[in-house]
Structure formats: structure tokens, C-alpha cells
Design a protein around this ligand. Structure first.
Ligand code: FES
Ligand code: FES
Length: 159
């Protein structure tokens, strides 16, 4: 007989709100966000950690929510794209036409929020390296890089 994993109610802090949800030990964070909390910004792509479409921030660090168990996020601050309201990164994506179909966009935006928080003075090489973790099948890479550099220039910290 198939073993049914026990569910338990846990509180996850998402976008500044305390959300109670029933989870099992093996459930992925992306599935809890999308299917139990109604936050569909994190997109399922490869579901094996390669494409970055599912990227969210946990305690300020970018993670791929398809390869993270939801239980690992208990007691931490989770931010999804729904938690960002009109940030300069989002505006830069619009101004630079940095998307076509838009499927990869939430993941890129969350990844870039993480990049700028960690490397506010990132140079070309750091940006290039950081963006390796996300894939855009519409190949909007030049526009995405343009958006990142525009935000970095506007936020430039004194050396
Ligand atoms: S869906 Fe998570 S990395 Fe592709
Ligand atoms: S804009 Fe279509 S996958 Fe990136």
C-alpha cells in the first residue's frame, strides 16, 4: 500500500504576510507558492534547477524554488515577484523591452534583485556570470542586460 506522507500546518512568511498552509515534508516550495498560496509569479520550467524561471528570494538570497523543499523556508522571509511593486528593476524591464513572451521574466527580475542587493557595484563580468543562472528561450538577453546596467548606473554607490 502506498505510504501517504503526513501533512502539517506551517506558517510561511511570504511578501511580508504570515500565511498558514498545509504541507508535507517533500513538497517543493514552488508548488506551495503556486498551488496552495495562489502566487503564480514563480514559473515552472525545467523543474530541475537549470532555467531559473522559478527564482524567488529567501532571506534575501536568490533560490530556485523547484529544488527547495517548502519546509526549508519555514521561519524565513520569502519574496516572490508579487511582493515587488513597481521597483526600478521592473520599470527598467519595461523601458528596455527586456521580454517577449514574459515567461522567464519573473525569475530574471528576482535574480536581478538578488544581484543588485549583493553586488551594488557589479561590473559587466559579474552581471554576465550572475545571469547564467536564468534562461530566456526568446533570447532577450541583450535587452535584459541593458535593463540591469541601467539600474546599476542609477543606483551607483560611491566607491
Ligand atoms: S523551474 Fe526551477 S530552475 Fe527551472
Ligand atoms: S521572454 Fe520568453 S522566455 Fe524569456
Amino acid at each position: 500500500m502506498e505510504r501517504v506522507p503526513a501533512e502539517r500546518a506551517v506558517m510561511l512568511k511570504v511578501n511580508g504576510e504570515e500565511r498558514w498552509v498545509h504541507i508535507t515534508a517533500m513538497e517543493r516550495l514552488i508548488d506551495i507558492l503556486r498551488y496552495k498560496l495562489g502566487l503564480t509569479g514563480a514559473k515552472p520550467g525545467c523543474l530541475n534547477g537549470d532555467c531559473g524561471a522559478c527564482t524567488v528570494l529567501v532571506d534575501g538570497v536568490t533560490i530556485k524554488s523547484c529544488i527547495r523543499h517548502a519546509v526549508q523556508a519555514i521561519g524565513k522571509e520569502i519574496v516572490t515577484v508579487e511582493g515587488l511593486k513597481g521597483t526600478d528593476v521592473q520599470k527598467a524591464f519595461i523601458e528596455h523591452n527586456a521580454f517577449q513572451c514574459g515567461y522567464c521574466t519573473p525569475g530574471f527580475i528576482m535574480n536581478i534583485e538578488g544581484l543588485i542587493a549583493k553586488h551594488p557595484n557589479a561590473d559587466e563580468a559579474v552581471v554576465e556570470d550572475w545571469l547564467q543562472s536564468n534562461i530566456c528561450r526568446c533570447t532577450s538577453y541583450q535587452e535584459i542586460k541593458g535593463a540591469v546596467h541601467a539600474v546599476l548606473r542609477s543606483r551607483k554607490m560611491p566607491e
